[in-house]
Design a protein around this ligand. Structure first.
Ligand code: THU
Length: 134
């Protein structure tokens, strides 16, 4: 799939954001190696803390449908510049997707491409657990 197609899916998902508290609407679209895609939007809650980011909604949808081998995630916001995933989403994306490509886009045209390893250097992961004495 062309990255522009994945970005369009993220932009469309953003329209479904439920963000009455922050008014900050986010869309995400994650792609598997075989070209399957899953979308997500942020879903907020009056408690604030139970809010779920768009990336995590897309990832949970994909994993719960059995998808495993991910290559890219696109993220769309309407801001003057694009944004990158929050720290918690970086950790979860690393766990389940490894070093995928992250396309960070603003519907106003700003676009940046990262590897997840650039956004989460020196990660804590399952390899870290193996380094402790038994
Ligand atoms: N948000 C996301 O969905 N993804 C991000 O990468 C950053 C933040 C959401 C969470 C909350 O609903 C709103 O944006 C403001 O933080």
């Amino acid at each position: 799939m062309m990255s522009s197609e994945l970005i369009l899916k993220a932009i469309a998902a953003r329209d479904r954001a439920i963000a009455p508290y922050s008014q900050f609407r986010v869309g995400a679209a994650i792609e598997t190696r075989t070209g399957e895609t899953f979308t997500g939007c942020n879903i907020e809650n009056a408690s604030y803390g139970l809010t779920v980011c768009a990336e995590r909604v897309a990832l949970w949808k994909a994993l719960s449908e059995g998808a495993r081998d991910f290559v890219r995630i696109a993220l769309a916001v309407d801001a003057s510049t694009s944004v990158t995933p929050c720290g918690s989403c970086r950790q979860l994306l690393w766990e389940y997707c490894g070093d995928i490509e992250v396309l960070a886009c603003s519907v106003r045209g700003d676009q940046k491409v990262f590897r997840l390893s650039e956004l989460l250097p020196e990660p804590f992961d399952r390899l870290s657990l193996g380094n402790s004495p038994k």
